[in-house]
Design a protein around this ligand. Structure first.
Ligand code: NAG
Ligand code: NAG
Ligand code: NAG
Ligand code: NAG
Ligand code: NAG
Length: 218
């Protein structure tokens, strides 16, 4: 594992001020499997999602079972599945030297009708980022890293490890101010999320910040 570990305390460090949602301006939200040229605004968060068709040329688009579609945000309805090949990669443009939060999300939702939770790997370029594992068909999992590329793009790959067909539901990239952490991200490779805690919360709610004036959820 190349990355060090980080803790995110509270939501403060992750609020990004942006005007509009130009996908090229460092606030990229990709609904994997969404048909080419389609986009929409997710109604709970106000985030605009676009199709992944311009970022990959392999895999097949699939949709969740209706039960799982209605109980999750829209970006989970479609996914891209990779029945062929050991490694299938997305190529996503980034600005070299800029720190990004990259989040990959997965919801199985028995999309293939096999009722069998797959397990596979997520890679950043040639390096293993994470083993994607599920405990429940209807519960999504996501992984985050903070990453700074020395190139103008990143390869995010799904790797088949012989334990089920890889797939991915959502990819999100957010630029971060370059002084969020006192270390240079490039010098450590990347930082992986361990926990994100809402300090002082009196509920057990897991939530995503909803659009408010001047700020957008991350
Ligand atoms: C998507 O848009 C591009 C550019 O307008 C067009 O060339 C292409 O045919 C469209 N693809 C589909 C599947 O409609
Ligand atoms: C990525 O950048 C290259 C080079 O600037 C450009 O040709 C390509 O269209 C970009 N891809 C996307 C999906 O924006
Ligand atoms: C999976 O999660 C759903 C929703 O939280 C729950 O209703 C269901 O009982 C869980 N299934 C298993 C096998 O734990
Ligand atoms: C962050 O960006 C500013 C403006 O481009 C630059 O002056 C500064 O040196 C950068 N800081 C780090 C830690 O890279
Ligand atoms: C939060 O969850 C824990 C463990 O499931 C439970 O013991 C506790 O009562 C819950 N607290 C609230 C405020 O719901």
């Amino acid at each position: 594992m190349l990355h060090s570990l980080f803790l995110l305390l509270g939501a403060l460090s992750l609020l990004t001020l942006v005007i509009g949602q130009d996908q090229s301006a460092g606030f990229i939200s990709i609904d994997c499997g969404l048909p080419e040229n389609f986009s929409y605004t997710e109604k709970n968060t106000g985030i605009n999602y676009i199709s992944d068709a311009n970022f990959i040329d392999s895999g097949v688009s699939k949709t969740l079972s209706p039960e799982d579609r209605i109980t999750h945000q829209q970006q989970f309805s479609y996914l891209r599945s990779f029945p062929n090949g050991v490694r299938n990669c997305y190529k996503i443009n980034m600005t070299s030297g800029v720190d990004y939060l990259i989040r990959a999300s997965f919801l199985y939702g028995n999309y293939d009708g096999l009722n069998k939770l797959p397990q596979f790997e997520l890679h950043v370029g040639p390096n293993v980022w994470e083993t994607v594992k599920f405990t429940n068909s209807s519960i999504s999992v996501n992984y985050e890293i903070i990453y700074s590329s020395s190139q103008d793009h990143i390869h995010l790959c799904l790797a088949n490890t012989g334990t089920g067909t890889p797939f991915i539901s959502v990819i999100e990239l957010r630029t971060l101010p370059n002084d969020t952490y006192s270390i240079s991200i490039q010098s450590v490779g990347s930082l992986a999320r361990v926990l994100r805690l809402d300090l002082g919360s009196i509920t057990n709610l897991t939530y995503r910040l909803v659009h408010s004036v001047g700020s957008l959820p991350t």
